[in-house]
Design a protein around this ligand. Structure first.
Ligand code: G4P
Length: 525
């Protein structure tokens, strides 16, 4: 479609996800961002789980119970002439492959860390997925209003555990009860936590790195301490390097307290400034399609099924990669060549005052689907005829043996499993010799959705026997010897008949590696 403002609109997009370990403050910070963007009017709106604010919608029961809602999957608002899209990455028990796949649809990520806990397990996993994509990662170290770890120690941990350079954009002046504010290195100012204690001034400009003239803060010992620390990181630490940031090799680090709304606006201002605009996406032919390409294209990165139990509707989440989406437009679904009309499409403008009918590269649209789309599918307008790179598969960690409850219903059981596997809802394996079905997932929720959909869409009741956590590692088929299988590992094959071992634990895997040093054990992403 010919859109004379395409470039300007695309350049204003900032599409990102927040990655964190549960309880680090992702929800709280998201709410603050939405408040700044005018997308919500009161805090507590996003946290549907506790407040029940989202219970109005008629999603499928399981989604209701879990408090998952498509409404909060993508949140869009305007700030400083930029249009910001936040993609939700559910944590806790809602964690699934969709969480990882969502990270394939963003241009940058924000990592929220609890200042008392540092890098936690889930943060690390999500970080690694983002890092592999080589996209910028911004860090927000949260909960400064509580006593936490020393900032220097936190930066060291970042570098050691995540192997990424860090650059402090600001530096805390005290913490917990003694929190005075932040020394804002990037903006050369101090931002006060309790402005009322400093004659109501929220910021004071710095001259040569110091407050000029007299100031009550200068009488406190913490002031000198912070000057010393800032000097130390300036001299011994890494230099701010936008090139490195844009490759994901350096992370700008912000400190703040989401709960008391301190430092969040400063973060947001810098973020929209430094975070990248939508980038070109690679196709399977290694070509890159520019976001400014006039013809619309995009790929499906997530499918949310059964919004309404009376229909089998699903929503396919599409990342727009080029051009302009317009309601009612005709597109081609690349995999099947089928022509589709995009008339029933959700856009995620949380602010109801604006009724936007258009989306451009960088935006996410939710296409109503009656079963046509699969994860990874490309749709395009006109003659563009692109196929975007396949989305990676992620190494599952949880496994279940699965059988049909009613042997008379084998046919619908198999049909259901194969379709759900194709769609990317679950991964399928078989025991190597006996062909028993094993399904794998990265989060428990995937099993529940699988069981529910098997019953409701395929009329197949399934029996699932938990096998617990396993470490899945693929091996070269030529190196396979069936005697390698033992009580500590299960030999299986994936749906492409590639062999893999499901190890009971790290110990079992190390034992195997010691015994068969020549066998390379490979994981997916
Ligand atoms: P999540 O989405 O990452 O899981 O975290 P969420 O925002 O739900 O925050 C987890 C808990 O941490 C919440 O407390 C929240 O109020 C608190 N929290 C978030 N940011 C800050 C902060 O800057 N300072 C302090 N002191 N606490 C913070 P909760 O008691 O578990 O929940 P709630 O009952 O307050 O909602």
């Amino acid at each position: 479609m010919n859109n004379p403002n395409l470039k300007q609109q695309v350049d204003s997009r900032r599409t990102f996800a927040i990655i964190s370990h549960p309880d680090a403050g992702k929800t709280t910070i998201t709410e603050q961002l939405l408040l700044f963007g005018g997308a919500i009017r009161q805090a507590g709106t996003v946290k549907g789980k506790k407040t029940g604010n989202f219970a109005k919608s008629d999603w499928m029961d399981i989604e209701k119970q879990r408090g998952i809602s498509v409404t909060s999957s993508v949140m869009q608002f305007d700030f400083d002439d930029k249009r910001v899209n936040i993609l939700d990455t559910p944590g806790h028990e809602d964690f699934s492959e969709d969480t990882y796949r969502t990270l394939m649809a963003v241009d940058s990520a924000v990592m929220v860390i609890d200042s008392a806990k540092g890098i936690e397990a889930q943060t690390k996993k999500l970080f690694q997925v983002v890092k592999r994509r080589g996209i910028p990662i911004f860090t927000f170290i949260n909960k400064l209003d509580r006593d936490g770890r020393e900032p220097l120690e936190l930066l060291e941990e970042l570098e050691e555990l995540l192997a990424i350079e860090s650059y402090p954009m600001n530096w805390p002046i005290g913490m917990g009860k003694g929190l005075e504010g932040i020394y804002d290195i990037y903006n050369e100012r101090i931002e006060f936590y309790r402005p009322e204690q400093y004659e109501g001034e929220r910021y004071i400009k710095l001259t040569n790195g110091e407050i000029a003239g007299d100031h009550p803060l200068k009488e406190k010992s913490i002031y000198e301490d912070v000057l010393g620390e800032v000097e130390l990181v300036r001299e011994a630490g890494d230099q701010f390097d936008l090139e490195k940031i844009s490759r994901g090799d350096q992370t700008p680090v912000f400190f703040g307290s989401a709960l008391t709304n301190f430092g969040v606006e400063t973060f947001l201002e810098s973020f929209v400034d430094l975070a990248p605009k939508p980038h070109a996406h690679k196709t399977i032919d290694e070509e890159a399609i520019s976001p400014y390409e006039e013809e619309f294209s995009g790929f499906v990165f997530k499918i949310q099924a059964n919004m309404n139990p009376n229909h089998r509707d699903r929503i396919a989440f599409v990342r727009v990669c080029s051009g302009t989406f317009e309601r009612g437009m005709d597109v081609t679904l690349g995999r099947t060549g089928k022509k589709m009309k995009l008339s029933n499409v959700t856009q995620f403008m949380a602010d109801a005052r604006e009724n936007v009918e258009e989306a451009v590269a960088g935006d996410i649209i939710g296409v109503y689907d009656t079963g046509n789309y699969q994860i990874g599918d490309t749709i395009y307008e006109g003659k563009l005829k692109v196929a975007y790179e396949e989305l990676p598969s992620f190494t599952p960690e949880l496994f279940m043996k699965v059988t049909a409850k009613n042997v008379m219903k084998q046919k619908s059981f198999h049909k259901g499993i194969y379709q759900l596997v194709q769609e990317g809802a679950i991964q399928l394996y078989k025991t190597y010799l006996t062909d028993e079905y094993i399904i794998g997932a990265v989060g428990q929720l995937q099993f529940e959705v699988f069981q529910y959909r098997m019953l409701n869409e395929y009329n197949a009741e399934v029996v699932m026997t938990p096998m617990g956590n396993k470490i899945a590692r693929w091996i070269n088929p030529e190196q396979l010897d069936e005697r390698m299988s033992s009580s500590r590992n299960i030999l299986a094959k994936d749906r492409f008949d590639q062999p893999l071992f499901l190890f009971e634990n790290q110990f079992a895997m190390r034992w195997f590696a010691d015994k068969y040093p020549e066998v390379e054990l490979k994981s997916l992403m």
